[in-house]
Design a protein around this ligand. Structure first.
Ligand code: NAD
Ligand code: GLY
Length: 352
């Protein structure tokens, strides 16, 4: 097992290791005096891992309650949030108790937001079961639900008390979802860790899963430690996301997030190469590794469609988009791009 210490508005540990799911009870007990533990899980994850988590928590003396939500982004909604709060209130859960988010980013974001607001804030623990949640969403304290007008429009910065990551749970993840997590893993290598990028190119992520998760979590810890509230450096984590979000939106969210991030990284790196901001070998290394992990690097959406979606993105503040641009593998820069120059960037990125 590996432990990563996170230092933010609340200090906590991210534990990564096979078998941690069955130790949930004792591990959660070590960070809380709660009497009741409420497991929140999606309807695909609950049948796979809910019982084991519940058994471990019961054995450690918790009164265990379980709230199951439909899988998919739709649960990260005002309605899903209301249902979770209603469940907590009806079962007389109080702010001294603990919520356990067992699942991917949807479950973690919803549960974290409920934990940050129910009775003005209660502890929560993340048990990520997707690769994306393990390397990204379970760490760093961003919680959110969506509004009909857009994703993550309501949320909070609220750190968990503990993150327990058992990589064995990733074995049941559909291949496509695993690949999406790989896009986020590759992102970490491109933005700040060339040796890690080279390891990913040489050895499949599945064959070094604990090392991969720990490395990504360590990098995210370092970024969050310097910029917990997303005012500067943390925006680096958005590499590939500005174009990626536009691809997701244009597709009506049928292109998965990780696939869209892969396309976004490829487009922005192509544009960087065309404008003399990086060498050809940087672009080639990125395209090669994305291809190796079965991730897309191109989109059929037009320049006009993508530009319109990018201009509507909430990340465009004061008419300027802060684009994350690779200068070489392991080194990226935040570049302010005025709204009027977005189309030129997309054109340089190969879009027509
Ligand atoms: P997800 O939570 O929707 O999970 C993907 C699918 O995999 C779901 O159908 C789920 O039921 C299933 N699943 C999960 N674990 C499984 C397992 N072990 N075995 C079998 N099936 C399993 O998707 P995600 O990619 O984990 O998360 C996406 C969400 O995360 C988005 O809402 C995004 O906005 C959010 N996010 C948040 C942050 C953050 O910092 N808070 C960062 C990145 C993304
Ligand atoms: N996933 C982006 C962040 O945590 O800031």
């Amino acid at each position: 097992m590996t432990a990563v210490d996170v230092s933010a508005s609340r200090d906590y540990q991210v534990l990564v290791g096979a078998g941690l799911l069955d130790q949930a009870g004792e591990r959660v007990r070590a960070v809380t005096k709660a009497q009741t533990a409420v497991i929140v899980a999606g309807d695909r994850v609950a049948p796979l891992y809910g019982e084991r988590a519940a058994a471990s928590l019961s054995a450690a003396g918790f009164r265990v309650l379980r709230h199951t939500i439909p899988h998919g982004e739709g649960s990260k909604s005002l309605a899903g949030y209301g249902e979770l709060l209603g469940f907590l209130a009806e079962n007389r859960v109080n702010r001294g108790d603990v919520l356990i988010a067992l699942g991917g980013g949807v479950t973690g974001d919803l549960t974290g937001f409920a934990a940050s607001t129910y009775q003005r804030g209660m502890d929560f623990v993340q048990i990520p079961t997707t690769l994306l949640a393990a390397v990204d969403s379970s760490v760093g304290g961003k919680t959110a639900i969506d509004l009909p007008t857009g994703k993550n429009q309501v949320g909070s910065f609220y750190q968990p008390a503990l993150v327990l990551c058992d990589p064995e749970t990733l074995n049941t993840l559909p291949e496509e979802e695993f690949r999406c997590g790989c896009a986020e893993v590759i992102k970490y290598g491109v933005l700040g860790n060339a040796p890690f990028f080279n390891e990913l190119a040489k050895t499949p992520i599945r064959e070094q899963i604990e090392h991969v998760i720990t490395t990504c979590v360590g990098m995210k810890r370092d970024i969050v430690g310097q910029d917990e509230f997303d005012r500067g450096l943390r925006q680096m984590l958005n590499l590939g996301h500005s174009v990626g979000h536009a691809v997701e939106a244009c597709s009506g969210f049928t292109v998965l997030h990780g696939q869209a991030v892969a396309i976004g990284m490829a487009v922005v790196t192509r544009a960087a190469y065309e404008q003399g901001l990086c060498f050809r070998n940087t672009l080639e290394a990125l395209l090669d590794i994305l291809d190796k992990y079965g991730l897309p690097t191109e989109t059929d959406f037009s320049l006009e469609e993508l530009a319109a979606a990018m201009l509507a993105d909430k990340k465009l503040s004061g008419g300027v988009l802060r684009l994350i641009v690779p200068r070489e593998i392991g080194r990226c820069e935040i570049m302010p791009v005025p709204a009027g120059e977005i189309k030129a960037w997309l054109r340089a990125g190969g879009l027509r």
